[in-house]
Write a protein of this length. Structure first.
Length: 180
């Protein structure tokens, strides 16, 4: 079922999510709702969606970007590399990041280039959980870190504020800097 995505101002997005203790029909339905809701996000296009964004404060998110599709339950970061580096200049590399809870707003963020995560996902029969340890890199790592932030009650604009970076609103082809 397609659910409403909470706006960034909703206080439920600031709550640290609880672990999933059992993958039951409710959790399977939540995963389906996340996938259905993410699939219809076209303006802007969505690439990841966490359970808190649809009002459920449990540690679940889904991703769907090109060939990068995941169902992630109870993620734990095992390790992460230093922030992104541009190998030619050795300066910190920034990627414009956005969020479906704050559509059409983007900011330049530096995230780790690699992250190793332990998580549960669904088996191919969608009935039993499977534990995985996987290393993600580059843009995939940015997606994973963004969604894990949601489970911790953190929004990408928090990083922009901490790093004293601008926030931009996009209307058509026009990028306008706005106050945070």
């Amino acid at each position: 079922m397609i659910r409403k995505i909470l706006p960034a101002t909703d206080p439920r997005l600031r709550i640290k999510s609880k672990p999933v203790t059992k993958i039951d029909k409710k959790v399977l339905q939540l995963i389906q709702d996340l996938q259905d809701t993410l699939a219809v996000q076209k303006d802007p296009e969505g690439i990841g969606l966490a359970a808190p964004q649809i009002g459920k404060n449990v540690r679940v998110f889904v991703t769907n970007y090109k060939k990068f599709k995941r169902v992630v339950i109870n993620p734990e970061i095992i390790s992460k590399s230093p922030k992104l580096q541009d190998s030619k200049t050795q300066s910190k590399k920034e990627i414009m990041e956005g969020c479906l809870s704050l559509p059409h707003y983007y900011g330049p963020l530096k995230r780790s280039q690699k992250v190793k995560v332990k998580y549960e996902t669904l088996s191919t029969d969608h009935r039993t959980p499977v534990t995985k340890i996987e290393e993600f890199s580059d843009f995939d790592a940015q997606i994973i870190l963004h969604e894990i932030d949601h489970l911790e009650g953190i929004l990408f604009i928090d990083h922009l504020l901490k790093e004293k970076k601008p926030l931009y609103r996009v209307k058509g082809d026009i990028w306008e800097e706005v106050e945070i």
